[in-house]
Design a protein around this ligand. Structure first.
Ligand code: 2AM
Length: 177
């Protein structure tokens, strides 16, 4: 199974991000927009594994506490000729610490994670080709300053069923207050 750890989002953030997607839609030649229920912030990508217990244990022992997190800015990464368009979050020491702790605990369970530095982002669209007139600078201002409290991290399974990318929560680690 394909697993990753993520922060799931409350309705208020999902509403805000869906509005950003609507604004983005107008500027795309084509793009594969994330479905509302799939929007999330990835903390660690575990890849293909059968070690669900180890993945779960890594989350169970987290010492990190809950913290506030705020949307901020947006941007794109290019991947093989097309792009990923994402919304960002405000810089957060608590988020970095949570991600580092989780990654260290997953490595301790034997998972081989990517060494790339953590760049927190919420993918809004992938395989995206913007119009020539698309204004990247204006896009970075589409995202409203909405905040949430991160109270848990979720171990998610990613599957394609009937051609539809589906994420299922397999385990949730609630953070202390
Ligand atoms: P992305 O949104 O930037 O593609 C599930 O696939 C989640 O894990 C996505 O949020 C995805 O990030 C992230 N992820 C990180 N590395 C990945 C990889 N090598 N393959 C697929 N997804 C990856």
């Amino acid at each position: 199974m394909r697993l990753f750890y993520a922060i799931l989002l409350p309705d208020e953030l999902l509403d805000a991000l869906c509005a950003v997607q609507d604004a983005l839609r107008a500027g795309m030649v084509r793009a594969n927009f994330s479905r509302r229920e799939n929007l999330h912030l990835t903390l660690a990508f575990l890849g293909e594994t059968q070690n669900l217990d180890g993945a779960r244990r890594a989350g169970e022992g987290l010492a990190a506490r809950s913290f506030p997190l705020r949307l901020r800015g947006a941007g794109s990464f290019s991947r093989g000729g097309t792009g990923i368009f994402w919304a960002g979050v405000e810089e957060s020491q608590a988020l970095s610490a949570l991600q580092e702790e989780l990654a260290a605990r997953l490595r301790g369970e034997g998972f081989r994670l990517e060494e790339r530095p953590f760049r927190p982002h919420l993918t809004l669209a992938r395989d995206a080709v913007p119009d020539v007139s698309f204004d990247h600078r204006a896009f970075s201002r589409f995202v409203p300053s909405v905040s949430m409290r991160v109270e848990a991290v979720s171990l998610m399974q990613s599957e394609r069923s009937g051609g539809v990318l589906t994420y299922t929560e397999r385990f949730r680690a609630v953070l202390g207050r």
